[in-house]
Design a binder for this molecule. Structure first.
Ligand code: ADP
Length: 428
């Protein structure tokens, strides 16, 4: 078995975002959570994405985990490797984008890679090496206030230069406008001058197509999920990838539906309201303060969900709350404990209710999704069709020979207002 693309993603929902775009480009994808101990079923799979938690951990750990993923993907025979990070280039002066890219290049014995964070349909573009979010420079986009990776400089050549001892260069839009051959030549010229990392402009999808064409032969490319949508066409042109008619085809979904929400992002709060309006009496709010008092609150939530499931009625269990309520809980319990109580409760509900027949599970919240996936002991997800931008249905095989569990994992601000209802309507 040989896969075409092996990707290493620095966080969980970022991995799913890339996988979603690869499916849209025509590749059959499996996402694994860390390097799996046993080989998942990779029959009819063109791309494997390893989801790590390496965005904001210590540099050494990010490098070690990324190299372990690289070894594993090389064993699978990946023709090209993709290091996926956020389209807002989330990193600090210490890393982890520069050190991880350097370590991967060194292990591959490669002299150069490209850095393509842009995702134009989501408003992330790069011009003259400067990253924009919509019409704002990165350092004026809100990202300058990020708690872990504040981005206070939009000049990516300068940003990356602080993270690597190697030379960082630029492919500007003017070069891209001359086409892929000129772009390839420019990369070769930069390489001849020992430029190891090349930040690439891209303001629209045609720039990404030019870049995909110019970089398809590189052993390592790096970037956001935008480049992922442009690469599969190049693999087909090379004859590495067949025309796949339904790359996101999953097995028919079965089992009862359940929505679990631990996200307090604005989009999720609107989705919770929309669900409760459509399904009066269909929701149960869990409260970290009540969870801290003992088992009773969790048992109530479980009993509520079970009775709705037995009636085959839509059900939502949510900790999602407005900022004042969240702050009040955090003030009493501490930020970590409040979050942990919620994540543990939702993870336990997922396990208990899947055992009672839930087969279609929607989880809202990036951290919450991670907690639910690990409570369910899921190590691999097959990626299906997109529900809304960045969110596909996926399937996990929990037990051999049983029906797979269908999962939609939504990070906070993703999805339309009716997402908790519509997601189930589009699931075959
Ligand atoms: P998002 O993708 O919207 O950021 P996450 O799941 O990543 O959502 O993060 C939300 C965090 O907030 C989780 O750790 C969750 O446990 C925590 N949380 C959810 N509801 C509450 C609440 N009512 N009070 C305090 N913390 C909460």
């Amino acid at each position: 078995m040989t896969i075409v693309l092996g990707a290493i993603a620095d966080d969980f929902t970022g991995a799913t975002d890339l996988a979603n775009n690869l499916v849209r480009g025509g590749m059959r994808c499996v996402q694994v959570i860390g390097v799996p101990e046993t080989l998942p079923d990779l029959n009819d799979v063109d791309a494997v994405i390893v989801a790590l938690k390496s965005r904001s951990c210590a540099v050494d750990e990010a490098v070690a985990d990324s190299l372990a993923a690289l070894e594993w993907l090389n064993e699978l025979g990946a023709r090209q490797l993709f290091f996926k990070y956020c389209s807002t280039f989330d990193s600090t002066d210490q890393g982890n984008i520069g050190p991880v890219a350097d370590a991967l290049l060194e292990r591959l014995g490669a002299a150069q890679t490209v850095m393509v964070p842009a995702f134009p349909i989501n408003g992330r573009t790069v011009y003259q090496g400067h990253l924009f979010v919509g019409d704002r420079l990165l350092n004026d986009s809100g990202m300058q206030h990020h708690p872990l990776t504040p981005m206070t400089d939009a000049d990516l050549v300068r940003v990356l230069s602080r993270q690597t001892p190697h030379t960082v260069g630029l492919i500007s839009r003017a070069v891209l406008a001359q086409g892929s051959e000129a772009t390839r030549q420019r990369l070769a010229d930069l390489s001849a001058n020992d430029v190891r990392h090349v930040i690439c402009d891209s303001v629209d999808d045609s720039d990404l197509e030019t870049l995909a064409s110019a970089t398809v032969e590189l052993s390592l490319v790096t970037g956001g999920s935008g480049l992922g949508q442009a690469l599969p066409a190049q693999y087909r042109q090379k004859g590495w990838l067949a025309e796949i008619s339904e790359p996101g085809r999953l097995e028919p979904a079965s089992g009862r539906a359940l929505v679990l929400s631990g996200s307090c992002s604005r989009a999720t709060l609107a989705q919770v309201d929309d669900f409760l309006t459509r399904n009066p009496g269909g929701g149960f709010a869990i409260d970290p303060l009540a969870l801290a008092e003992g088992e009773g609150h969790w048992s109530e939530a479980y009993a509520f969900a079970l009775s709705r499931i037995e009636q085959n009625a839509p059900v939502l269990i949510y900790a999602s709350a407005d900022p004042e309520r969240v702050k009040a809980a955090q003030a009493r319990l501490g930020v970590d404990k409040a979050g942990h109580l919620v994540e543990e409760a939702l993870g336990k509900l997922a396990v208990a209710l899947v055992a009672k027949g839930v087969g279609r599970l929607l989880v809202a919240g990036g951290e919450t999704s991670g907690a639910v996936v690990s409570a369910l002991d899921i190590t691999a997800l097959r990626i299906g069709e997109q529900i809304d931008p960045g969110i596909p249905w996926t399937q996990a095989q929990l037990k051999p020979h049983s029906a797979p569990l269908s999962l939609a994992l939504k990070s906070g601000n993703f999805g339309g207002v009716d997402f908790f209802t519509r997601a189930f309507e589009v699931l075959p």
